[in-house]
Every structure is written in structure tokens, then in C-alpha cells.
Ligand binder design. Sequence first.
Ligand code: C2E
Ligand code: CA
Ligand code: CA
Length: 631
Amino acid sequence: MAPPADPLANSLQELAEKDIYSQIRRHRLMQISAVTAIGLAVALLVARNITFTIFAIGIGFLMLALAFAYRHKILASAYTLIGSMATMLFALALTGAGLFDLAVLGYPGLLIFAALLGGVGLFVSVLLFVVILCFGIAWLTLGDFVIPNIPTLSWPHLIFIIVIFVVTGFSVYILVHDIRRLMRSLQRENAKVQRNKAEIQHLAHHDPLTNLPNRLYGEALFTQSLIACEQKKQNLALLFIDLDNFKPVNDALGHAAGDILLEQLTLKLSKDLKPDQHLIRFGGDEFLLLAPFTDYHQELEAIAETVIQKCASKFKILQTQVVISASIGITCAPKEGSDFKQLCRQADVAMYQAKKDGRNTYHYYDQSLDKISDDKFKLLQLLRPALIEQQFQLYYQPMVNLQSGEISMVEALLRWPQPDGSMIAPDQFIPLAESSGLINELGRWVIQQACINCAKQRELGFPNLRVAVNLSAIQFKDGHLQDVIESALQHADLPPNALELELTESLLIDDGDQIQIQLQALSAIGITIAIDDFGTGYSNLGYLRNFNATTLKIDRSFITSLCTAEHDESLVKAIISMAASLGLKTVAEGIEDKATLNKLIALGCNNGQGYYWSKPIPEDRLTALLANQRQ
Ligand code: C2E
Ligand code: CA
Ligand code: CA
């Protein structure tokens, strides 16, 4: 890959080239001065009278030109060489045969030197000089001021002619040779520039890691593909591919490993692509696949399935087996529009739905997804005033010790009652509170209320009751969580070991390092930590141990089908025994019937929670429930 253009390197290169050029000129000036001087010296042997004197003076000036060149005074050398030669030739012509003198033969060569060694200024001066001299000689001759001395041919004339041709010929040859060399190097440079230009073009349009077209070029490919599809009466699908679990790979194995994974995945996805399909790196762990198709169901579904399968296969990275998966959002042109950015947004919305559907799957865009975004926006507008007006309520759901049958803990669950008597479920508004940043304030209120209420229940005769509070990842971000928790405990006069924090696996994985430190500090003061919804995410117990968890809450989805699905029973059994071997307590979520309860007791689960005992209930009903249990 070509290094990026560096202005300093370029100017150094220019300087170096300039230097080489002046070196060559200097060298040539010295050579021409010396060869001409030698030529004159040879001619001197046969010269007589005034010609001898002119040659001798000429040799003197040529030595001066040589000396100038030797001292790097190139311009002075060029002017001296050419000026003295021009004058010498004039003197020879004037004292010899005028315009018919052999010396005039030297002028064409002189003009060539001037052009090549001196530049425009010198060339024009010499040309004018020559023309004026010719006029001068002609005028002087025709006006009878000078009488040309046309000699009869003799051997010395031949020597003069040969000297003129040899000196001019040699000088012209070496100068033209230089020009040829220069032309060749220019050609090479030109080819290099063309290559660099092509490389820069490629870099501007491709992602350097995977060498796939980038988003910018992707748009151009989309436009081309859409035109081709219109001609062939085809549809064009945009598949927005987002990797699941890419961040844990980056975090656990480092960014270099993440890069290798992306490269390997690119190879896999690019293999068997049809000529009219285009894979584009959209950014980070996001890819876009442009795929023309005719049959909506069979053909497009097969494409999406293939991508899902390729992403979900195993990757070997730095001696480690890595398993990832992908969630895909699909939209189609021209059905859903033909604006690239708009279609990308639609595919992105659909991809988020695929994530919600459980990941490792695909979801088609349809307008109802936009409606969901609209509804979310409206709900978001209501959230802040609700917080200010304290419209939220905390409900509590008991957790029961499966051995003793006693309530050992209650989970605090948020509720948002509406004026019409309905409730908005936390699943709907908590993601909104998270994305708008309101979760910090809301979460603080939950912690305070839960502590106050737990302390109250303890005073009312349940001295060992504990309370569990759900936390969002965002609550760890501003670094104030520990202060919030400590002051809530202090304010309620509740010991830290009465509080449990529930965290989901995905939360721990997404921001592992930052959260780990804070959790260690919190567990050091006696607060316990439970992993919520276990089994739905990363499910790597070894990894989760880093977070000082003491409890695993097995997700409701496994418990509900415990008595019907054999597969779930063996899974729950494995989770319980694995947790026990790591010293973790287990809570089964969502127990709704006696049969499930009995099975869990048989499997050795420690605690249970679910409608079998109670739905989440408001504070006053919890007080009654606990009082009832005491009797
Ligand atoms: P979660 O932490 O898994 O809470 C348990 C959910 O399961 C609760 O739903 C509860 O009502 C429901 N559930 C309990 N037992 C049963 C059962 O036997 N059958 C069935 N079908 N459902 C049962 P809920 O209250 O709607 O809460 C949903 C989620 O909202 C919670 O899941 C939790 O992740 C989140 N959430 C609730 N309150 C808070 C909060 O204060 N802060 C944060 N960050 N999240 C909260
Ligand atoms: Ca929970
Ligand atoms: Ca849960």
C-alpha cells in the first residue's frame, strides 16, 4: 500500500531533484568548456596572426567559464561560455570572410547550448545577438567598411571545420543524452503518479482492514445495482448485518483479535458472492449486503439464512475458538423506497428488531417499525414530567427459600400507573429512560424507595428481609453509583447486606472493566450481586465470576417449560449444578405452578420467585403478605 503523501518528503524530493539537475548542468558546462578549449587549442596550432590572438583570448574565457562552473556559479559559467564564444565567432567572422566565414557555423551549436544550459533569457539574448551580428557584418561588408577576406581552401580550414563539428557535435550529443534520460525518468515518474492515483482512489473507496467497499462507495454501488435491477425487473435487498457478541471478543482478546475476526468473517461472507451481490463494510461490526432478487420469499430468505449461518460458524483466533452470531435487518428497493440513506435507516431499525427477537436471526422492515419509533418518541416526552411529578411506583415480588418456604427477599419492580388505571410495563419505558439518560435519576429513586421500604418491613417484624434492585449499565457510567447506594442505605438506616443488586449478563459484558471495579467496591461493603436473566446472554459462568456475583437468577423462559421440554430440564439441571460448584446460589424466576416448584426442589434450586406465590404487589399489599406469613 502506498504511504500517504507527506508534504515534507515531497519538498525534500523536489530539493534533491533540483540539486541533481544543477549538478548535471555544472558537469556539462565544465565538459563543454573543456572540450571547446581543447578544440581551440588544436586550432591554435594552425592559426595565424589575429586568428591566433582571438583563439587565445577565447581559451582564456573558456577557462573562466570552467572556473565558474567548478565553483558552482552555473549561470555565470553559462553566460561566460556562451557570451565569449559568440563574441569570438563574431570576431573571427569580422576579421575573416564575413558572413561566409566558417566561424558562422558555430552559431547554431551556440544557440542549442544557450537553450539547454541557460534558459529562455540567455537563448533569446544569443539569438538577438547573432541576428544583430549578422546584420552588422552584412552592413559593414555591403557598405564597404570591411572587406571580407575570402581565403582559398587550405588544410587548416579543414581542421577548423572538424573542430567546430566535433565540439558542437559532442556538446549537442551530451545535452540531448541528458534530455533523453530526463524524459525516461519523467515517464517513470508519470507511471508512478498514475499508480499512486489509482491507489488513492482505491483507499478512498475501500475499508483498509477488510478491503471491502466502504459506505461512500457502497452508495455508488447501490445506485448502479438499482439501475441494473430496474432493467432486469428485479428487486434489490439491503441486508444490514450487525454482529452479536463482537464486543466481548474485542474486550477479552484485544482489538487485534477483533480485527482478525472481521477479516475472517469478510472472507467467509465474500466467498460464493454472486457477481451482482456487493458486500460493504458499513462501520465497526456492521456490514451491508446488496443482493438483487426476484422471489421475495424463497430467494431472499435463502440469502439471509446463508449469511446467518456463515456468521454463526466457529472462528479460530489467536488459538482461541470464538463463536459469534449476527442479527440482520432487511429492506427492499424499490418497494420501500430508493434513497440509499433512508433504506439503510430502515434496515437498521429492522436489525434492532432482529436483536430484540433474540439475535442470530433476521427481521424484515415494515412501516409498523417506524410507528413503534414514533410511539417511543411520544412516551419519551411523557417520561421526564412523570419523574418530576413522582408518578412512578415500586412494586415488590417475594423470593422464597425453597427449603424453608419462607420469604427471604423481595425484588423491587418499577411501575408507571396511567390516569386511565392501566400500567405501562417497565420493559417499555426502561429502555427509553436508558437511552435518554433519565435512568440515573429514576434508578436513584428506586434505590432510595427500596431501601426505605425494606427498612420499614424489617421494623414491622421481618428483621432479616432483604431487597433486590435491578440496575442498568448506564447507572455505572457517571461513577456516582456507590455514593447513591451508600447514602440511600444510610438514610434508611439499612445495613448493606440487606441490599442485592441485579444485573443482566449483557450489561456486564458490554462495559466489563468499568463495572467490575465498582462492583468489587460495592461487594466489599457487604452488598450482594445477582446475575439476572441467566441463560439468555453470554452464559459464561467463569467470566461472570469476575463480577463477585453470589446468586444466579435462571431466566423465566427455561422455568416456564421445565415440566414440558426435556431439553430445558437438563439445561436447568446443568446450570444449578454448575452454579453450586462455583459456590453460587440459584433463584428460579417465573415459577407458576406446584409441579414446576417440585421439580426445582428436586433439582436442588435454592430460591424461587413467581406468580405461584405472588405477582409483584404494591407496598401495602406486601406488608399484608408478610404479616400473613408471620402468623
Ligand atoms: P426481571 O428483573 O427479570 O423481572 C422479573 C419480571 O418477571 C417482572 O416483570 C415480573 O413481573 C415477571 N414475573 C415474575 N414472576 C413471574 C411469573 O411467574 N410469570 C410471569 N409470566 N412473569 C413473572 P416486570 O415487572 O414487567 O419487569 C420486567 C423487567 O423490567 C424486569 O425483568 C427488569 O429487567 C426491568 N425492571 C423492572 N424494574 C426495574 C428497575 O427498577 N430498574 C431497572 N433497571 N430495570 C427494571
Ligand atoms: Ca430482576
Ligand atoms: Ca429476571
